[in-house]
Design a protein around this ligand. Structure first.
Ligand SMILES: [Zn+2]
Length: 75
């Protein structure tokens, strides 16, 4: 009986860290190790580039953020 080798779990951390704000829910592209996209509008995080404006119109996250912004900016 041979011992099964410990499976490596060292890749649980993102291979790179974005310097900008990416608090929107994102998901990994199927089959693409290093590509992520917005869960709602499916725009690549590299295309969004940390800017809310780069989300598609109608993106759930964008709409929500816009509401929050006008909420705190208004009055
Ligand atoms: Zn989006």
């Amino acid at each position: 009986m041979t011992k099964a080798p410990e499976s490596s779990l060292f890749y649980s951390r993102s291979p790179y860290k974005e310097a900008f704000d990416i608090e929107f829910p994102n998901e990994q592209l199927p089959g693409e190790m290093y590509k992520y996209r917005c869960k709602y509008c499916k725009v690549l995080t590299t295309d969004i580039n940390g800017l809310l404006e780069n989300h598609k119109d109608g993106c759930e996250y964008k709409v929500l953020k816009m509401l929050q912004r006008s909420d705190s900016a208004g009055k």
